[in-house]
Ligand binder design. Structure first.
Ligand SMILES: [Zn+2]
Length: 286
């Protein structure tokens, strides 16, 4: 009986391929960026998406579009081996399935820098939707790791109290892919809704008020540099994975600051990525 229940739980937990930060993570990153758009960028976003449509509302579109657009599949990640510290374009960005499933996130972000400003018609709207999504994905630690398909082939039990389960609350076993824990599980262990996570980051001791968030140039860098920085975070969170694959309170407490930092810095960089692209008066963007 227990086996049957566990199998049922697992089949629910594992159905569907994890593609990215979950909707919550992408919405959090988009909302942080929305608050930091230049007047020019805000006007462009409004023209492209329509009045009243937020970046958060389109932040997960690229995941929804993936089934119908298989040639975009590989744009969501880059597979850098855990043991290697640097991104190697020759190895990491020229996969065998490039022709049918696309190249990798670093290359797509480089193209988007120009397409945001210079692509024609609907392609420019699409570039905005892709950019909002992929600046997020490149900051999710398990999106830049080769091993175990970026942690998709490891099943963990997220068995932590998190920040929602307080007082007499008892933590529940939650079986999912290690990758999915990073896409959504850890975020959903912290807040009931993503807007609350934005508030946590923007106020009090939230990461966006921290000295690191105020360091000049923290919002800059290239997609290669972002991938390598995220890869360092991935090495850390991979090393913390317990042998029994139970992500308990100790794991949650250790990595919660990393989750917040990655979401926060992605939001800052997305804002600058859009602001810079829409500030350009030239096509192609120099
Ligand atoms: Zn994605």
């Amino acid at each position: 009986m227990r086996t049957a229940i566990l199998a049922a739980v697992l089949s629910c937990a594992l159905s569907g391929q994890a593609l990215a930060w979950g909707q919550e993570g992408h919405s959090i990153i988009a909302e942080i960026a929305q608050h930091r758009l230049s007047p020019e960028a805000a006007t462009m976003v409004e023209q492209l998406l329509g009045k009243g449509h937020s970046l958060a509302a389109i932040a997960s579109w690229a995941d929804d579009a993936r089934d119908a657009r298989p040639e975009t599949s590989n744009w969501h990640f880059v597979s850098i081996p855990l043991a290697r510290d640097n991104y190697d374009e020759a190895v990491d960005c020229h996969p065998a399935d490039e022709a049918t499933r696309g190249d990798r996130i670093v290359n797509e972000l480089k193209r988007l820098r120009n397409e945001l400003r210079c692509a024609p018609g609907d392609k420019q709207v699409e570039a905005l939707k892709f950019a909002v999504h992929f600046v997020g994905d490149i900051h999710q630690p398990l999106h830049v790791i080769l091993e175990k398909t970026g942690g998709n082939d490891i099943i963990i039990d997220l068995f932590a109290r998190g920040d929602k389960c307080t007082g007499s609350c008892i933590p529940q076993h939650d079986y999912m892919k290690f990758h999915a824990a990073w896409d959504s599980g850890l975020i959903l262990g912290t807040v009931w809704d993503w807007g609350r996570y934005v508030d946590l980051l923007e106020t009090g001791n939230g990461w966006l008020t921290s000295p690191e968030a105020k360091v000049s140039g923290i919002d800059g860098g290239t997609p290669e540099q972002w991938a390598e920085e995220t890869h360092k975070a991935a090495q850390a969170v991979w090393a913390l994975l317990p042998e029994n694959s139970v992500l308990g309170d100790a794991y949650y407490q250790r990595v919660a600051p990393i989750v917040s930092r990655q979401l926060g810095v992605a939001g800052l960089r997305l804002a600058k990525f859009l602001n810079d692209a829409y500030a350009s008066k030239q096509c192609p963007v120099p």
